[in-house]
Write a new protein. Structure first.
Length: 276
């Protein structure tokens, strides 16, 4: 069914005509973002280290008739991201949006955290976003426009949890990167914003739940939900809707912003004498 405005004129979907590169696109948040982008008419370059990304892409092609290419690549390796961008340009001629979503989180007491675990977080969460931005920005400069959406977190910049030192450190760093890139490229028509997610029901969160409570990981997830004013975790497609807004022309005057999407979980005081 064609979408029309109140005058009866045919209108475009909000991401129609956009080409978006999405990292960590195989499962979880990346799959949710890709699903929403496909629904809104974007052409997709889905990047993931997991070859399952092609299976996810095939589902979206069937459900949304979406134009998609997939690239198996490691965001921590700059040359692989440059190659991924090159494949995207060869396929679609341009890249208008980059969703820097790929990320990792491992839990451990700080005194037991190995250098290898620390560097794993830095390589994926910081260098991965850095590499993606450095690969895609030259193409956006050629086009004279672009939008970058970076997946940060409420953890690190707003709240903190024991055992998440590496994750918190790396996600907080992305807020600084977002603001710096936003200032640097604002007058060249490239916008850079970041999301700050609380918890969503994703394979990464389920893995964290197992690390937190190996005997009953589901109870760990439910204990998170109880602490959220909305009493549930986010759906990956809800996060995808935020990414779609930030990648679309609807957010054309928004840059350098940190947008919290957490069901209100960072609002209550730790100790409260409220009515709830």
């Amino acid at each position: 069914m064609e979408k029309k405005n109140i005058k009866g004129e045919k209108t475009m979907k909000k991401l129609e005509g956009k080409v978006a590169l999405i990292t960590g696109a195989a499962v979880g948040l990346g799959e949710g973002i890709s699903t929403v982008y496909a629904n809104y008419g974007a052409k997709l370059i889905m990047v993931d280290l997991d070859p399952q990304v092609e299976k996810t892409a095939e589902r979206l092609r069937k459900e949304y008739n979406a134009e998609i290419i997939t690239v198996v690549a490691n965001v921590a390796h700059k040359e692989e991201m440059i190659a991924a961008v090159k494949k995207g340009i060869e396929a679609f001629g341009e890249i208008n949006v980059a969703c820097c979503n790929a990320g990792v989180c491992r839990l451990a007491p700080f005194e037991e955290f190995t250098d290898e675990m620390r560097d794993f977080h830095i390589d994926v969460n910081i260098k991965g976003v850095w590499n993606t931005c450095q690969a895609v920005i030259p193409e956006m400069l050629k086009e004279g426009k672009g939008s970058i959406v970076i997946a940060s977190s409420v953890t690190g910049d707003i709240v903190a949890d024991a055992g998440e030192a590496a994750y918190a450190m790396t996600k907080a760093a992305l807020v600084g990167l977002t603001k710096c890139l936003a200032v640097e490229y604002a007058n060249r028509n490239i916008r850079v914003n970041c999301s700050q997610l609380g918890y969503a029901r994703t394979p990464m969160v389920e893995k964290m739940a197992v690390e937190s409570n190996p005997e009953d990981p589901e109870s760990a997830i439910q204990s998170i939900a109880v602490g959220v004013p909305m009493k549930r975790l986010a759906k990956p497609t809800e996060v995808g809707e935020l990414f779609a807004f930030l990648g679309s022309d609807e957010s054309s005057y928004l840059t350098g912003s940190q947008i919290v999407i957490d069901g209100g979980s960072t609002l209550p005081e730790t100790m409260s004498i409220g009515t709830n």
